[in-house]
Design a protein around this ligand. Structure first.
Ligand SMILES: Cc1cc2nc3c(=O)[nH]c(=O)nc-3n(C[C@H](O)[C@H](O)[C@H](O)COP(=O)(O)O)c2cc1C
Length: 384
């Protein structure tokens, strides 16, 4: 199959990845309204086409938190990436490293922090979920530090899990429970299965053996409910930041007031994010929320965004509305599920090419010169 865009990688991933794990990626909470809005609100924004301007020698490079990037895109933390493809986290981290963009490893990864560090040379970022067992969290932070991670991404919007119907129906578990439906489906995914047989990484690498009562990881939702700390508040950021001692990014901000609280708590950057429409269904899309947050705190911290980015055009629109950089979740997961490391690289190449061409057709040569002037007034969200 010829791959021309991220949607093609998605089609391939749907064929190759067991239904339970494909669905885990391609789903949002409840009615999936916010999940869909993340994409459709980006799609509704229009560019202003500019012609007859010199478009040679274009430049996409930028920095996030002082790190150089070949384009303003990072890999978002996604749990269970090692179930989309065997050794998924290592493969994706390597693809990101070769491409010159940051990779963010989830707390809920299959490959552990140490394992990813052993297979990469560029420092990656580590995403933290805060659990009730604070000793474990302190140790997890220390492990990220010891592995040379260059930023800590504290996720603020998942202390309680939004229900994703498909996961309930599929009985999502790691490793998959051998029900009749699961076994029948796995039988059609032989390539996935062979790769899985070759690896020893088949459970939550950062957690197994480290958390008390971690024996039952079968039901992710039940496990989350029993382990995640629902009392997490802004006051906790202080000790997390102190323990970490490095760059701190707070992820899951959708309101200007929360953005200011994040700044006051010591964040170096925030990510405008609704968790890819997987948490509060009915929340605004990320691109709708972005302008007000940039207006509120854009002069104090870097504002990053994720949610719905499927193309270079989407990256350009988010940058035009003030995002210093964006993260991709599903886009890279589809590449990973479709073709492993090569698929992640292909995804990044597709996005880079689309971004580069679109920048030129908007009459610009340098991503740093992008402002909302490249967008058609009335087609993009503004601060009310
Ligand atoms: C399958 C999947 C797993 C995810 N796991 C995590 C996670 O472990 N930690 C986290 O902070 N965000 C997680 N997210 C949210 C992503 O970091 C990101 O916010 C979201 O995917 C962005 O939307 P997009 O997929 O439309 O690019 C996950 C998203 C997906 C799709």
């Amino acid at each position: 199959m010829t791959v021309t865009c991220v949607a093609d990688l998605q089609r391939l991933a749907r064929r190759r990845v067991p239904k339970m794990f494909y669905d885990y990626a391609d789903s949002g909470s409840w009615t999936e309204t916010t999940y869909r809005a993340n994409e459709s609100d980006l799609a509704a924004i229009r560019f202003r086409q500019k012609v007859m301007v010199d478009m040679s020698d274009r430049q996409l490079a930028t920095t996030l938190l002082g790190e150089s990037l070949s384009m303003p895109v990072a890999i978002a933390p996604t749990g269970l990436a090692g179930m989309q493809h065997a050794d998924g986290e290592i493969l994706a981290a390597r693809a990101a490293e070769r491409f010159g963009i940051p990779y963010t490893l989830s707390t809920m990864s299959i490959c552990s922090i140490e394992d990813v560090a052993a297979h990469t040379t560029r420092p990656f970022w580590f995403q933290l979920y805060v659990m009730k067992d604070r000793d474990y969290i302190a140790r997890l932070i220390d492990r990220a530090k010891a592995a040379g991670c260059s930023a800590l991404v504290l996720t603020a919007d998942l202390q309680i899990l939004g229900q994703r119907h498909k996961d309930v129906i599929n009985g999502l578990s790691v490793p998959p429970k051998p029900t009749l439906a699961t076994v029948a489906n796995l039988a059609t995914k032989w390539r996935w299965g062979l790769d899985m047989l070759r690896t020893k990484r088949r459970t939550f690498g950062n957690i197994a053996g480290h958390v008390k009562d971690a024996t039952n990881l079968n039901s992710l939702s039940a496990w989350t409910a029993s382990q995640f700390d629902t009392s997490l508040s802004w006051d906790d950021v202080k000790w997390i930041k102190e323990r970490w001692g490095g760059k701190l990014i707070i992820k899951g901000i959708m309101e200007p007031e929360d953005a200011q609280s994040a700044v006051d708590a010591g964040a170096d950057a925030i990510i405008v994010s609704n968790h890819g429409g997987r948490q509060l269904d009915g929340a605004l899309s990320s691109i709708q929320a972005l302008p007000a947050i940039v207006a509120a705190v854009g002069d104090q911290v870097e504002v990053h965004m994720d949610g719905g980015i499927r193309s270079g055009q989407d990256v350009l629109k988010a940058v035009a509305l003030g995002a210093k950089g964006v993260y991709i979740g599903r886009a890279y997961l589809y590449g990973l599920g479709a073709k492993g490391e090569a698929g992640v690289t292909e995804c990044l190449e597709i996005i880079r090419k689309e971004l580069d061409t679109s920048l030129a057709l908007c009459g610009l040569r340098d991503i740093q010169d992008v402002t909302r002037d490249i967008l058609v007034p009335g087609s993009y969200p503004t601060v009310s």
